[in-house]
Write a protein that binds this ligand. Sequence first.
Ligand code: PRP
Ligand code: ZN
Length: 300
Amino acid sequence: MDTSEQRIKIALQKSGRLTDHSLDLLARCGLKFTQSKDQLFCYGENMPVDLLLVRDDDIPGLVSEDVCDLGIAGLNVIHEKRLALHQNGSTALFDQIYALDFGHCRLAIAAPEEADYGGPKSLQNTRIATSYVAILEDFLQREGVDADIVYLSGAVEIAPRLGRADFICDLVSSGSTLAANHLREVQTVMKSEAVIIQTREPLSEVKQEWVNRILQRLDGVLQARESKYVMLHAPRSALAEIVALLPGAESPTIIPLDGDNDKVAVHAVCRESDFWETLENLKSAGASSLLVLPVEKMLL
Ligand code: PRP
Ligand code: ZN
């Protein structure tokens, strides 16, 4: 089972906003790796799963061409590849499995601070610099706007200053790159976050089993991340109201309290990342001894 043909290959961004989160997520799935000297390859020590660290823009292609079985990349590069292939009359041979809830950003149009913008029509007959030609083309077409797309593979934000474009269309996360270049975000083109994709090429039975295992663990990590284990005491008289306040809880456990007939203990797994408001509402409804614990792993 250990020839390189039979090992799962996952493509990850080699350095950028998704790298640390992607590695951390796989570590949480129990995968252990040794990194090669050039840091472009990670050998899976405890599972037949290796990582290839590449440019994020190359990830959809590597998975579509079955060089890698799985890949983690931003929806922006995945959608760009899908549209680019489509515009060439071919199809992307990968499937999107999950959104991973990190790397949130947006592909947006930005203009020099002093420029006017009154909606997509303001882009008519202008020049827009971008690395996302296919997505931008698709957007302009849907808006019925004619504009010149200036392709740049990087440093798109300096194009207006160099006189090469009137607008740019680039990823915005914190917005600090735009601010540093005196640009103003004027139009969202698409929202993005990290997603995991799988090749459409059928895998051997053994490989598919490993892929299923990794995906199941990933799902478990993602579910655990937004889940909390909640314990509280509730007056019997307010039990229904309190249980109804627990977000996403499936049939909580109700436990009698020794020597107290008026109250019960309620234990439940709840789905909510920020629990403060619910906690306050539970308390107002009569709950006491509230305890919220993080959930580390989950297999449903
Ligand atoms: C994007 C984009 C900007 C920057 C914006 O690059 O091209 O340079 O991030 O982020 P900010 O709003 O937080 O300043 P990315 O990290 O995707 O690098 P890449 O284009 O080289 O892959
Ligand atoms: Zn990139």
